[in-house]
Design a protein around this ligand. Structure first.
Ligand code: ADP
Ligand code: MG
Length: 249
């Protein structure tokens, strides 16, 4: 599903991602762990096309997407959530989804200016997809609720719905259980499992080790931008390099 080859991203003199090669398989939960600043979110930004790599390449289902714009990568089937869930607090849940969908898949004002009938069609479709996604994450009853009035866990579910509304095949989840309590984490984990059961491939960044170790099929460990290990949860737990660099700290 996803292949990175010798991926490097420099910010000035800092290698946020350094020569990382990894393959994530279709229909699995692939996790990325590592200390703060290890390059996890940068890796997602590279896959989603928000950042362009300094060198190396990225393939999705065998297609080279290294130089594609992020809206085209979204259309190809990559959905994502962000580490901090940016939602419009004064708008409703449904409106957030519709606007989010538009922002992710349209290339800009030009589209609106040149093609208004296509746009109306897309608008209807977008609303339909938003409702389907809300149903999937169990929030249909909150469709008309203002974001400011829903809980942190519900906001996380809205973020999932945002990622799903574009009908991705691959979803990148950046700390989806950040800032929610243990019971809510269980609920979100069940939702991630449901995504996989529906044929999605998941790529998951998370600090909650219990969640990662119980859910992931494969884990990649990053440290200072470098891949220091990869394997099953059992392999990672037993890996001395990982224990020293991360789990032990
Ligand atoms: P993680 O998600 O693992 O905590 P990040 O990928 O956010 O780490 O960051 C990795 C490193 O890259 C950090 O040192 C961070 O400061 C740097 N970095 C990330 N994004 C940018 C950016 N847009 N400009 C400059 N430096 C950045
Ligand atoms: Mg991060």
């Amino acid at each position: 599903m996803l292949r990175a080859l010798n991926l490097t991203k420099m910010f000035g003199g800092l290698a946020a991602i350094k020569d990382v090669s990894v393959t994530f398989e279709t229909g699995k939960i692939n996790a990325i762990i590592g200390p703060n600043g290890a390059g996890k979110s940068t890796f997602f930004n590279l896959v989603a096309g928000a950042y362009k790599p300094t060198s190396g390449c990225i393939e999705i289902d065998g297609q080279d997407v290294t130089h594609l714009r992020c809206d085209l990568i979204a259309r190809l089937g990559v959905g994502r959530t962000f580490q901090t869930t940016n939602l419009f607090d004064q708008s409703t849940v449904l409106d957030n989804l519709i606007v989010g969908h538009r922002l992710r898949t349209q290339s800009g004002l030009w589209d609106v200016l040149i093609n208004s009938s296509r746009l109306q069609r897309e608008e209807r479709r977008c609303r339909e997809k938003a409702r389907e996604a809300l149903d999937f994450v169990g929030l249909s009853h909150l469709e008309n609720r203002v974001i400011a009035d829903i809980s942190q866990e519900e906001r996380k579910r809205v973020a999932f719905a945002l990622a799903l509304a574009t009908e991705p095949r691959l979803v990148l989840l950046d700390e989806p259980a950040g800032g929610v309590n243990p019971e809510e984490t269980v609920g979100l984990a069940a939702l991630i499992r449901k995504m996989v059961d529906h044929g999605l491939t998941v790529c998951l960044i998370e600090h909650k080790m219990d969640m990662i170790m119980s859910m992931a099929d494969k884990i990649m460990v990053l440290n200072h931008g470098e891949k220091i290990a990869e394997g099953t949860p059992e392999e990672i737990k037993a890996n001395p390099i990982v224990i020293e660099a991360y789990l032990g700290s």
